[in-house]
Structures are given as structure tokens and as C-alpha cells.
Design a protein around this ligand. Structure first.
Ligand code: DX5
Ligand code: ZN
Length: 221
């Protein structure tokens, strides 16, 4: 069943020199999840932040830390992100040789587990894994950078995943990440998504605009 829309600002678009304040600001502005993009310069062509930064941010917000790992191999770092205060840990099936084991390890660490599908990854990647997942994330851009254009072909994947989640009858977040703005938020929700990652759309205009940006995203969705 599609849940109420939740907005997950991606701090990739925040001011990195003031990251703690930025997280507190989007929390106060009405964010539901804090989406944290972890990149290693190997799995994706960009480098961002590690577990120590997540740990440092933890006291700045009580909201759900939605940690999106774009690193490979990923298994060796799961415990560090769990200890740092992640609530949801999401991984790509391509980020290690044994994705089922990776998902089990996230759950063993007491965290919610998410699977992320790149634009070129078929919906069948959730086969045999869906009952163990708490979240499925559909990438509507190729991962690595904020501010890219929404790939409309991914709406079909969102619809297919909505049908699978509903058929299973388990509460699983269906999240979409990349190129979300006031127009694409509406399309993604209509296709069945219920968590919207928004970097550029949340942070544009600076701190004074965050509450209005989040409110408008929620309303248009
Ligand atoms: C891309 C990241 C996204 C990105 C979204 O690799 O996973 O979370 O920051 O940024 P926008 O909303 O600007 O497309
Ligand atoms: Zn992300």
C-alpha cells in the first residue's frame, strides 16, 4: 500500500562547510528523512563523506538517517555506518558479490535495509530479496551527482515495484532519487513512490527557503 509521502532532503546539495547547521535546518523545515549520499570515487565517479561525518551529524537531528551507500565493496563498511547512527542503510546489488548476505548483515546490525536500483538495473534485481527489504530506492538519474535531469523511463520501474510491493502486502518504502522537482515529484508519486529524495529542490534559495521548498514538494506530490 502506498504510504503518505515523505520528503528526504539529500544533503549532497547542502553547504558542506556548515553541514551540522544544514541538517538541523532541514529537520526544522519539515524533512521526514535525512538522505545521506556516501560515494567512494570507485563505484561512482565522485567522493563525498564517510562514517565519521555521519556520526558527527547525528546529534544535529532526531530524524531518520537514510544512508545511501554508493561504495564497493560495501560489506566492510556496514558496521561503521550502523554505529555512526544510520537508521536505514541502502545498498546497490552491484556493490558486492553477495547481495543477499549484505542485506542480512544490515538487518543483523539492527538497521532497516534498502536496495537501490540504478537506471539500467532491472526490476528483477529485487527477486528473492523483497520480503527482507524495508525500502526499495529507484534511481531516476545515474548515481554520482546532484542536479541531474530526471529519467522519465524509470516511472515504469516505479509502477512495477509498486505492484510487487502491494502483492507482497508488506510495508516497504518505495523511494525515488534524482532530478525530483515540483513536476517530477508529482509523476513519481502517481507512479507509486512514497518517499522523495530531493537535493537541489530542497536546498535551492538557501535556509530561508527550505520550509517552503519542502512544503511545496509535499503538496504537489
Ligand atoms: C545521486 C544521489 C542523489 C542526489 C539527488 O547520486 O544519490 O541523492 O543527491 O540530487 P538532486 O535532487 O539534486 O537530483
Ligand atoms: Zn541518494
Amino acid at each position: 500500500m502506498q504510504q503518505t509521502v515523505r520528503i528526504a532532503p539529500s544533503i549532497l546539495s547542502a553547504d558542506f562547510a556548515r553541514l551540522g547547521e544544514e541538517v538541523a535546518a532541514v529537520d526544522a523545515a519539515g524533512a521526514d528523512y535525512i538522505h545521506i549520499d556516501v560515494m567512494d570515487g570507485h563505484f561512482v565517479p565522485n567522493i563525498t563523506i564517510g562514517p565519521d561525518v555521519v556520526k558527527a551529524l547525528r546529534p544535529h537531528s532526531g530524524k531518520i538517517f537514510d544512508v545511501h551507500l554508493m561504495i564497493s565493496p560495501v560489506d566492510a563498511y556496514l558496521a561503521a555506518f550502523a554505529d555512526a547512527g544510520a537508521d536505514i542503510i541502502s545498498v546497490h546489488p552491484e556493490s558486492g558479490p553477495h547481495i543477499h548476505r549484505t542485506i542480512q548483515e544490515i538487518k543483523r546490525l539492527g538497521k532497516k535495509a534498502g536496495l537501490v536500483l540504478n537506471p539500467g538495473t532491472p526490476v528483477e534485481a529485487v527477486d528473492y530479496l523483497l520480503p527482507d527489504l524495508d525500502l526499495v530506492l529507484v534511481m531516476s538519474v545515474n548515481p554520482g551527482f546532484g542536479g541531474q535531469k530526471f529519467i522519465h523511463g524509470q516511472l515504469e520501474k516505479i509502477r512495477a515495484l509498486r505492484a510487487r510491493i502491494d502483492a507482497l502486502g508488506k510495508v516497504i518504502d518505495l523511494e525515488v532519487d534524482g532530478g525530483i522537482n515540483f513536476d517530477t515529484a508529482k509523476l513519481a508519486m502517481a507512479a507509486g513512490a512514497d518517499v522523495l529524495v530531493a537535493g537541489t529542490a530542497t536546498f535551492s534559495g538557501g535556509p530561508a527557503a527550505y520550509a517552503e521548498n519542502i512544503r511545496r514538494l509535499r503538496q504537489t506530490a
